[in-house]
Design a protein around this ligand. Structure first.
Ligand SMILES: Cc1ncc(CO)c(N)n1
Length: 222
């Protein structure tokens, strides 16, 4: 059997995935050297990110050609909002960030660029492009989560974060989205295929950049 569309897509970002595993944010989660301020900054930014990601998933849901795909993306949109609330109510409190500080937080440049690109693509592109642009967020976290779970962490808060994404249930959610992309890939024109691959690579790059943003506690220069 020929290799699936999704496995070829994953191979096309192997350079980015290797760079993510080697990033000091990721290695720091498992060896305990990640500064707490970097993690707290990342968590606060991720709460803002998840709200926009939920909007992107709802937009993909609204364009899905089948009832089952619409239901899948709509339920993931609701789950992303629940994940955002969970970050706000538990992890941010544990990290010493008040509700007031969290409410005042603005998206950092990389966060705003990533979510703006997601929303522009899901609103202006085809359904297939929408699936391709949202997929790295799911897929890379699932792979990174599994790898981090294998390596462990000395910090209980980092371990809990890792457990969410390394969980088998999360892996099953991601597998369903990958299967949807493989279904959709069958009817793509050459141009649309090129767009899907480009969007997938772009948001994979943003995934690396999002960790770099957290590590450096990126701020607006002006
Ligand atoms: C930036 C980012 N990418 C992916 C995920 C996984 O949902 C997340 N929480 N944040």
């Amino acid at each position: 059997m020929a290799e699936s569309y999704s496995s070829r897509l994953w191979e096309s970002i192997s350079d980015i995935y290797s760079a993510i595993l080697a990033h000091p944010f990721i290695t720091g989660l498992t060896d305990g050297t990640l500064p707490e301020q970097s993690f707290a900054f990342y968590v606060m930014q991720d709460a803002l990110y998840l709200r926009e990601y939920a909007r992107a998933l709802a937009a993909v849901a609204s364009r899905a050609p089948t009832a089952s795909a619409m239901r899948m993306f709509a339920s993931h949109a609701a789950e992303a909002i629940a994940a955002e609330l969970e970050l706000h109510t538990t992890l941010l409190g544990e990290l010493g960030i008040s509700k007031e500080d969290a409410a005042r937080a603005e998206p950092a440049p990389t966060n705003l660029a990533y979510t703006s690109y997601l929303l522009a693509t899901v609103r202006g592109g085809s359904y297939a492009e929408g699936v391709g642009v949202v997929l790295p967020c799911y897929w890379i976290y699932s792979e990174v989560g599994k790898e981090l779970l294998r390596l462990g962490s000395p910090d209980a808060r980092y371990r809990r974060w890792i457990a969410t994404y390394g969980a088998e249930e999360y892996g099953q959610v991601v597998a369903e989205v990958i299967a949807e992309l493989d279904r959709v890939s069958l009817g793509l024109s050459a141009e649309e295929n090129a767009s899907v691959r480009r969007h997938f690579r772009t948001t994979s790059r943003y995934e690396w950049m999002f960790w770099q943003m957290g590590y450096a506690q990126e701020s607006w220069p002006l």
